[in-house]
Write a protein that binds this ligand. Structure first.
Ligand SMILES: *[C@@H]1O[C@H](CO)[C@@H](O)[C@H](O)[C@H]1NC(C)=O
Ligand SMILES: *[C@@H]1O[C@H](CO)[C@@H](O)[C@H](O)[C@H]1NC(C)=O
Ligand SMILES: *[C@@H]1O[C@H](CO)[C@@H](O)[C@H](O)[C@H]1NC(C)=O
Ligand SMILES: *[C@@H]1O[C@H](CO)[C@@H](O)[C@H](O)[C@H]1NC(C)=O
Length: 783
């Protein structure tokens, strides 16, 4: 190792030289011997900063005056044996080594400060009481990455982790954090840490096929290289690689063909510190002046030897401001120095140990220094506060790094934001959107979602066996809406509203009734009025020819009354048109019932008249006294009054009323008359039917009576038409809804009235108008 003696020695363990990773072990032939030949630049920098910091402290008259710090720095892959007493140890970088060392050191309570190990379980105070670190523990990384994903709206992400316990633990921690959010994991793969082309190709195949665009890689830089090489070979672009602090600033990918693949990589990096004076210190390095540094030869070879050319010098090496992990080492050394300083400055009697005693700087026990390390709290040269929490963790700070493509085709990493978990809410996460660059040089944030969000009008429907982020959008059913994106449920519209076609808002239902304005209503109304003129015209004709035999036959007044009633029949259909109100609802069925009862009773009276008139001509007939207007008048009166009584009973018990019917047709509010009592309605109709049937029977029996103008035939016929119309009305009425129900009734009224009118009056009119020569008593009685 690199050893420099002093009053007190600080140990350092760094992996400057490691095993070569590049040869694949195929297990089919004897593997090549592995050598510790690979020199790593970054750990070398950590060694340098340790030396730099200790020298700086030794020159500082305020920190540890009269005490010279020495160091013993060892490579992780070399056995070390040293008789120098140790105060504390800085290291290691690899998790495995750190854990091994921590396990060893806790026996003696040696403080250990790691600058690069993030595994969470090292925060377990029971197991590792003397472990500290100057890098945030892994859980903060997970929380930061999740926050980034949420910020960019990626809810469908993949993870690729190195295939060992460390990768597994970090992935588990990330998944636990993701479980607290609505982000889903599309795939979770591992990359081998023993090179295997087959496994790498498998992972790349998964990445290529998946719709996931945001892929978190949790791995040591070295294992990622073959993965990115294969991704580049297969021309996979458009992915966002989310990096962890382990490779956020790795220059391995910045040049050549891989640069295109990883442009736009974003992730967290260890907080950067610009250590004043360190750059100059590095520039003074020289194999001739730094002979006690065992690594200097390797370093010199690395920088200038082999194919390396001076103009390709790793710029970031000399750009000391790029120091991140290096800065952690620096802070670690200072933490130990400050702890030692506090121990040194202890005033006897006021010390922290038994009876107020202090520790002796020259002969202190490790647990005594441990006490001071736990409580160390100082501001470093950069003005940043350094301390450890109860679990040995530093204030959690991350820089957000984005890989930008520069005009020469290479990449550079750019700091675009920061996580500071100890800052107040709102300042803990800062990101500069306008500084972001994505794969392909785009400035638009890439999507990484399994399903596009559902627009208003649609609801999410989970896909069986798939994560919740993958769903189908299903249009809300009729009468239901959603007015927000990504709704889980559709909301029912209020009962007087209906869903719009897009199902994104409730619209008032259309109101429906048979109105005068619409074609159907207008037609029916004009037909009624037109047809009501016909009985009026017939009436005029009858009055004009009132003294002719054909008019006088079978009770002239009854004919007048029937014609009047028929006129009213046609007109009463007008009450059925227009918006139902209390008055029209009450009037409708009642007027219809009474007028029709009047009509049919007139016809019945006429039929009875025919029968009586015929029989009365026989000698000694008892019916003679019935000839005259009394009987028909009585029949008309009684039959009509019965209907009037039924109607009065109906109106007084449960009168019809207007009603908004929202049930029968979902998209409409039908304004209709509720009959109040359906029984009463059918009673009115039934009574009319009975009258008609009685009339029909009587007329049928009288149809062959020998009278040259026997009305009975026509009445039979008219009643047949009447009954047929109203019998066919029943099923038609019951099977229609809304305004058509009303139209059916109007149609039945018009049809039956027309039938009645045509059958009874057309033969008479024919004779009166076209065959006036037949309109004589002789002709009528003649044959
Ligand atoms: C350091 O040494 C100087 C001279 O030997 C002495 O005057 C001074 O008191 C010492 N400081 C401490 C803190 O022991
Ligand atoms: C990748 O693209 C290059 C040129 O754009 C092409 O030559 C090469 O065949 C492509 N490789 C694959 C695997 O598609
Ligand atoms: C954000 O980034 C843009 C582009 O790099 C830069 O011009 C601007 O100053 C940055 N804003 C802040 C607040 O850092
Ligand atoms: C969505 O509909 C609900 C209930 O109808 C209403 O309270 C809310 O304001 C609507 N939201 C939007 C964004 O229109």
């Amino acid at each position: 190792g690199i050893v420099k003696n002093g009053d007190i020695t600080i140990g350092g363990i760094f992996p400057v030289k490691i095993m070569d990773f590049a040869t694949e072990n195929l297990f089919t032939e004897k593997p090549e011997p592995q050598s510790c030949g690979k020199f790593l630049l970054q750990p070398f920098l950590w060694v340098q900063i340790m030396i730099f910091a200790i020298e700086e402290i030794n020159q500082n008259q305020n920190l540890l005056p009269n005490i010279t710090l020495g160091y013993g720095i060892y490579d992780s892959y070399y056995r070390c044996s040293s008789s120098n007493p140790l105060a504390a140890i800085i290291g290691e970088a690899s998790d495995k080594m750190t854990i091994a060392i921590a396990t060893l050191l806790r026996v003696h309570n040696y403080p250990q400060i790691s600058h690069a190990t993030t595994v969470d379980f090292l925060s377990d105070r029971q197991q590792f009481p003397s472990f500290f670190r100057t890098i945030p523990n892994g859980n903060y990384r997970s929380r930061s990455l999740v926050k980034l994903m949420q910020y960019f709206g990626w809810n469908w992400v993949g993870t690729v982790a190195e295939d060992n316990e460390i990768g597994e633990l970090a992935t588990q921690d990330l998944i636990q954090e993701l479980d607290k959010t609505e982000i889903c994991i599309g795939f979770s793969e591992t990359i081998p840490n023993v090179y295997s082309a087959i496994k790498i190709r498998h992972v790349v195949e998964v990445i290529r096929r998946s719709s996931v665009n945001a892929i978190v890689i949790i791995s040591y830089e070295l294992f990622i290289v073959p993965l990115i090489a294969e991704v580049t070979r297969q021309n996979i672009t458009g992915k966002v690689w989310v990096s962890t602090e382990a490779w956020s600033t790795s220059a391995s990918f910045y040049k050549g063909s891989q640069a295109r693949t990883v442009t736009g990589t974003i992730g967290v990096a260890v907080h950067k510190g610009d250590i004043p004076g360190f750059k100059e210190f590095l520039l003074r390095l020289n194999p001739f002046t730094s002979q006690d540094n065992i690594y200097i030869k390797n370093f010199w070879e690395h920088m200038f030897g082999g194919s390396e050319k001076l103009n390709e010098l790793n710029v970031s090496f000399f750009d000391a401001s790029e120091s991140r992990i290096t800065y952690n080492v620096y802070n670690g050394i200072y933490a130990i120095a400050h702890a030692l300083h506090d121990l040194y400055m202890c005033i006897p009697g006021e010390g922290p140990f038994e009876n107020g005693t202090c520790a002796n700087i020259h002969y202190f026990e490790p647990w005594q220094l441990l006490h001071y390390v736990k409580n160390v709290h100082f501001t470093n040269k950069l003005g940043e506060e350094i301390y450890f929490d109860g679990n040995g963790n530093p204030p959690p700070l991350y820089d957000i790094i984005n890989w930008h493509r520069v005009p020469d085709g290479n990449l550079k990493n750019v700091e675009v934001g920061r996580f500071n978990f100890s800052a107040p809410h709102g300042k803990d996460f800062i990101i500069n959107n306008s500084a972001l660059m994505w794969n392909g040089g785009n400035t638009q944030i890439p999507h990484s979602i399994c399903s596009e969000s559902c627009p208003p009008g649609y609801r999410k429907a989970a896909r069986r066996g798939q994560p919740i982020c993958c769903f189908d959008c299903i249009l809300c059913s009729e009468g239901e809406i959603t007015n927000q994106t990504d709704s889980i449920d559709c909301l029912k519209c209020p009962s007087d509203h209906w869903s719009s076609n897009g199902r994104d808002k409730c619209i008032p239902k259309t109101i429906e009734f048979l109105s005068y304005q619409e074609p159907l209503g207008a037609t029916l109304a004009s037909v009624s009025i037109l047809f009501s003129l016909i009985p009026a015209a017939i009436l005029c004709t009858f009055v004009k020819h009132r003294d002719t035999p054909i008019v006088k036959a079978n009770n002239r007044e009854l004919s007048y009354l029937l014609l009047l009633a028929l006129m009213l029949c046609f007109l009463c259909s007008l009450i059925f048109i227009g918006q139902p109100k209390i008055s029209t609802c009450m009037l409708r069925q009642v007027a219809f019932g009474i007028i029709f009862a009047l009509c049919v009773s007139c016809v019945l009276a006429k039929t009875i008249m025919v029968v009586i008139a015929f029989n009365a001509t026989k000698p000694n007939s008892k019916l003679k006294k019935w000839v005259g207007p009394k009987l028909p008048n009585a029949v008309v009166f009684v039959c009509t009054v019965i209907q009037v009584i039924i109607c009065i009973a109906w109106l007084s018990s449960s009168p019809p009323f207007p009603e908004q019917n929202m049930r029968s047709q979902i998209q409409k509010i039908i304004i209709e008359c509720n009959d109040g009592s359906t029984t009463a309605f059918w009673l009115v109709l039934g009574y009319m039917g009975i009258l008609a049937i009685v009339c029909f029977i009587v007329a049928f029996l009288a149809r062959n009576l020998p009278d040259s103008f026997n009305e009975a035939k026509f009445i039979t016929f008219s009643m047949l038409v009447f009954v047929t119309v109203w019998l066919s009305f029943i099923p038609a009425y019951l099977s229609t809804k809304g305004k058509y129900m009303v139209a059916v009734e109007i149609f039945a009224i018009l049809a039956s009235s027309t039938g009645l009118m045509a059958c009874i009056f057309s033969p008479k009119c024919y004779i009166i108008i076209l065959r006036p020569e037949r309109n004589t008593r002789e002709y009528l009685m003649g044959k």
